[in-house]
Design a protein around this ligand. Structure first.
Ligand code: KE4
Length: 425
């Protein structure tokens, strides 16, 4: 029995499913998760001494790679001065200023401790500001586990939502409408029918949680226009894309300005930080200024903001996003070539350094087309890659991430492993 197996067996006795977040349990690919001992740069080492080139990167935060010296030094130094005060600090002000400079649409920003908190708070502010109750999201979009966002389409398209989790009241789920990603006509139809009831649309401007699905040309602009026309807010959930697809996120890359933006992951560099912010007139409704309540003991935590500001400083260096683009393109090329050589139907979607290889010959433009992917084949591929020392997301419907710590050799090793693994599936 490996050390991971014995740790997993023990974990199952005290933690639901043995993990602190469901996707870590390998349910999407079978087998048992390995337990991590340590990580550095592009590599993870498990408790049995096996090491992997890591393309999960803690699901997005580690754009600098693991244990980046600047981040470790900043956190260590901060810890020596205390770990939390429940009072304002210069560090959280510096991170807030860096965020508002990177995202001009974020005139005011509130730091929280997770992407879930950011999205949950953003929809509450939108409802408080507009006085409306209906929220619109997209099938395959994930915005954390707040009740109003764990909702799927009811029967018959854009009718009101039904819970996508036990424990979510049907009465609340009904206030969330779900549309197809990239379906601008459906959004326009919905607003024509009941735009005056919609508080906000919340969208991942590049989807990452159904696998990577880029917005079709005009889609984001279309949502920008239809929400503005009907007095609804446009919320960009940039928890993944923020500082990932550009320093200013999808808003910089696609030139569309959101009313509210949610951030997370990279702004904490692996420590717990989330943020939401946007138009001053909207964010001035947030307590203690206004009537929308939101709070958090560890919001703006000194260690977390020290990590985040160190990471954002590193991302301001010249050539960073060109390097990420190059590494992402090289990995995409390697995966496409491997699939062609093995004559396996696959399509790769990529935006910058986030990408997904879907085992389908269908173009993946939304959740319905993403679901045509052969998840059994993905599971076999995942394990084939793991055996060859490459760690991809343990689910077909997630993104792979390249970091600044990945070398061209890492990319070539992954491409070689893919060629061998695909020949076997
Ligand atoms: P957290 O509460 O997990 O920090 O953030 C929720 C969230 C919000 N918005 C987007 C676009 C996200 O991708 C996420 C979290 N992403 C998942 C998987 N892609 C994190 C992994 C997990 O759930 O363990």
């Amino acid at each position: 029995m490996t050390r991971s197996s014995s740790l997993f067996a023990r974990s199952m006795r005290v933690i639901p499913g043995g993990v602190n977040s469901p996707v870590r349990a390998f349910r999407g690919v079978g087998g048992e998760p390995f337990f991590v001992e340590r990580a550095e740069g592009s590599r993870l080492t498990d408790v049995d001494g096996r090491s992997y080139i890591d393309f999960v990167g803690s699901w997005g935060p580690l754009i600098l790679g693991h244990a980046a010296p600047a981040v470790v030094e900043a956190v260590t130094e901060a810890a020596r001065r205390g770990t939390s005060y429940g009072a304002p600090t210069p560090g959280e002000l510096e991170l807030a200023e860096m965020i508002t400079r990177a995202f001009p649409s974020m005139e005011l920003v509130r730091l929280v401790s997770s992407g879930t908190e950011a999205a949950m708070s953003a929809i509450r502010v939108a409802r408080g500001f507009t006085g409306r109750d209906v929220i619109v999201k997209f099938e395959g979009g994930y915005h954390g586990h707040a009740d109003s966002l764990l909702v799927k389409a009811g029967s018959g398209g854009a009718t009101f939502g039904v819970p996508d989790s036990a424990g979510v009241p049907a009465a609340l789920a009904e206030l969330t409408v779900t549309l197809g990603y990239n379906d601008l006509d459906a959004a326009r139809d919905l607003f024509r029918a009941q735009g005056d009831r919609v508080a906000a649309i919340i969208i991942e401007p590049v989807a990452g949680n159904m696998g990577v699905v880029p917005p079709l040309p005009g889609f984001l602009d279309g949502l920008r226009n239809v929400t503005a026309r009907h007095g609804a807010l446009l919320i960009f959930d940039e928890v993944i894309t923020g500082f990932r697809v550009a320093y200013g996120g999808a808003q910089e890359r696609f030139g569309v300005r959101a009313d509210l933006t949610c951030l997370g992951k990279i702004i904490g560099a692996g420590l717990p930080v989330g943020a939401y912010g946007g138009r001053r007139d909207v964010m001035e409704r947030v307590a203690p200024l206004g009537p929308v309540y939101q709070a958090g003991t560890l919001s703006g935590n000194p260690l977390a903001v020290a990590a985040g500001t160190a990471a954002l400083r590193a991302l301001q260096a010249p050539g960073v996003y060109e390097r990420l683009e190059r590494l992402g393109a090289d990995l995409e090329r390697g995966l496409v070539a491997a699939a062609e050589k093995a004559r396996v139907p696959a399509t790769v979607n990529r935006v910058g350094s986030m990408l997904t290889g879907f085992f389908t010959s269908t173009a993946v433009r939304d959740y319905a087309s993403a679901k045509t992917a052969d998840t059994t084949r993905y599971a076999r591929f995942f394990h084939g890659m793991l055996e060859r020392g490459v760690y991809l997301a343990p689910s077909q419907f997630e993104a792979a991430f390249v970091s600044l710590a990945h070398s061209p050799d890492d990319i070539e090793a992954a491409a070689r492993a893919a060629t061998e693994a695909l020949a076997a599936v």
